[in-house]
Design a protein around this ligand. Structure first.
Ligand code: 13P
Length: 258
């Protein structure tokens, strides 16, 4: 099955209004890429509005890097789904390893965030669930158990019908921001495992879920990663801060289709 290519920029705590303009202009000048590849950008939430005024919605989608599971209330510093939706977000990253490691995102909170995001109707968010093992877990040959436990926990109450809104990003923690990319074969092995798990739980609905690889994806390695059967695109950190590099990665995702 040929799934649509998807590339998502995760700016993390980086970027500026200037970079919004630069990346928007770079992407706007490549309509042939945007016609073939779904591209979403997740800037810091305070820059969503700047993107909203720059970008044609039907060309580049916007996303939030995280969201609070509650609808509103006394949660200083947090953003609700309604707030990020108002700022233009259609995608939301949930369970990024940096949030799991440093900001208290337990399995239970991630599950709650996934369920709140999938319950929202205006808009119907695309939930990008991030999973991945640490270096020690890989060395102990626990990669598949760790990934499976993360999927089981986050998706335990998610039905097949809702899976049309779900994207899974496999991001091995040891490859994030380290320059150590998983080899295409290493990434494909885990993606195939995730695909099999999804198909077992969701049948056909599991076949349609896009699977993204993240972790030191660069213009130079994107094409070989995206050539793998179960890698439908990427979740890009550092390279998404360089407009030309990010566009080159989007072009590599476009090449995957042909
Ligand atoms: O964490 C990532 C994207 O969410 C990957 O970051 P890098 O591309 O900087 O390794």
């Amino acid at each position: 099955m040929q799934r649509q290519s998807l590339v998502i920029a995760n700016w993390k705590m980086n970027g500026s209004r200037h970079l919004v303009k630069q990346l928007a202009n770079t992407l706007r000048n490549a309509p042939e890429v945007l016609a073939d590849v779904t591209v979403a950008v997740c800037p810091p939430a305070v820059l969503l509005a700047a993107w909203q005024s720059e970008v044609f919605y039907d060309q580049v989608h916007l996303g939030a890097q995280d969201v609070n599971e509650n609808a509103s209330g006394a949660h200083t510093g947090e953003h609700s789904l309604a707030l990020v939706a108002e700022a233009g977000a259609e995608y939301v990253l949930i369970g990024h390893s940096e949030r799991r490691q440093f900001y208290g995102d337990t399995e239970q909170r991630i599950q709650a965030k996934v369920e709140s995001a999938l319950a929202a109707t205006e808009p119907k968010f695309k939930v990008v669930l991030c999973v991945g093992e640490s270096e020690q877990e890989r060395e102990a040959e626990q990669t598949m158990q760790v990934v499976q436990a993360q999927l089981e926990s986050a998706l335990q109450n998610v039905t097949s019908a809702k899976m049309a809104q779900v994207v899974i990003a496999y991001e091995p923690v040891w490859a994030i921001g380290t320059g150590k990319t998983a080899s295409p074969a290493q990434a494909q092995e885990v993606h195939a495992f995730i695909r099999q798990w999804l198909q077992q739980k969701y049948d056909a609905a599991g076949t349609s879920v896009p699977l993204l690889y993240g972790g030191s994806v660069k213009a130079e390695n994107a094409e070989t990663l995206f050539a793998e059967a179960d890698i439908d695109g990427g979740l890009i950190g550092g390279a998404s801060l360089e407009p030309e590099a990010f566009l080159a990665i989007c072009r590599a995702a476009q090449a995957r289709r042909s």
